[in-house]
Design a protein around this ligand. Structure first.
Ligand code: DGL
Length: 264
């Protein structure tokens, strides 16, 4: 990878930062553009038919502006519906984020796995197909949350919602039919932003599966070994609203001087 090459990490909001922090830990010398389509947040509430053309058009503008070497769609809601169209439209490699049902079902001891995502991700054909393919003898419970991604945004903005509200969103994940759920797939990149609270509010300890480390490994494999001459890269932040949340970005080491207004 040459010094000027850029990894573009994309989400509807701040959730993709949970993927970005793993990738930058693996590739500290790379240059990044973090793009949040916050003007359209939440994708979970957007009509499928509108979301796909919206993503294809926006990605075209972003690719033309930033010339990424690789694009990471750090959003399950977008990846589970738009990856084929994005790959058809553009030659740049895309790494998607999809529910980690395969590793969850491979490692569950009690054979009770829950998948917690946006209502849209939970309804997707793509998610059902992963269950058909990889659940085996696991009983998989799908839990669509309307509010949790927004709660994660509030938490990062310094206005956390109360415990009861978070507990109500995660409660359906915990099945006890004589045998208890032992694994919850975090199928929305926003949810690891709430990881400490999810652990604390879980009625019993479970494995909360965050796919970000696996995505970072995949990105590193695709890029190949880093050049020994490449030194510390930069990260720019692009928010389609034109209002980058500087305090939240600073928590991920993204400086305000590099946070810029929309691509379009
Ligand atoms: N971060 C997104 C995901 O992984 C979802 C948030 C939204 O609804 O826009 O699904």
């Amino acid at each position: 990878m040459a010094a000027q090459d850029v990894i573009l990490v994309f989400d509807s909001g701040l959730g993709g930062l949970t993927v970005y922090r793993e990738i930058i830990a693996a590739r500290p010398a790379a240059n990044f553009v973090y793009v949040a389509d916050d003007a359209a947040f939440p994708y979970g509430a957007m009509d499928e038919a509108a979301l796909v053309p919206h993503l294809v058009t926006l990605m075209g503008d972003l690719i033309a502006t930033h010339h990424p070497e690789l694009v990471v769609i750090a959003c399950n809601t977008a990846s589970t519906i738009a990856l084929p169209d994005l790959r058809k439209a553009y030659t740049v490699p895309f790494v998607g984020t999809v529910p980690a049902i395969k590793p969850a079902c491979a490692s569950s001891v009690t054979r009770r796995v829950s998948v917690l995502g946006t209502e849209a991700t939970i309804k997707r054909e793509y998610t059902r197909a992963l269950i058909d393919k990889f659940a085996g003898d696991c009983r998989v419970t799908l839990v669509g949350s309307k509010l949790l991604a927004g709660y994660a945004e509030s938490e990062l903005a310094g206005a956390p919602v109360d415990d009861e509200a978070v507990a109500a969103e995660i409660a359906p994940c915990f099945i006890d039919d004589g045998v208890r759920t032992d694994t919850v797939v975090l199928a929305c990149t926003h949810y690891p932003l709430l990881l400490d609270r999810l652990r604390r509010l879980a009625p019993w300890p479970v494995n909360l599966l965050d796919p970000a480390p696996a995505i970072a490994r995949r990105v590193s494999d695709l890029l190949g070994p880093p050049s020994p001459t490449q030194r510390g890269g930069t990260t720019r932040a692009v928010f389609t609203s034109g209002h980058p949340p500087t305090a939240a970005l600073a928590r991920f080491g993204i400086g305000t001087n590099t946070a810029v207004a929309p691509a379009r």
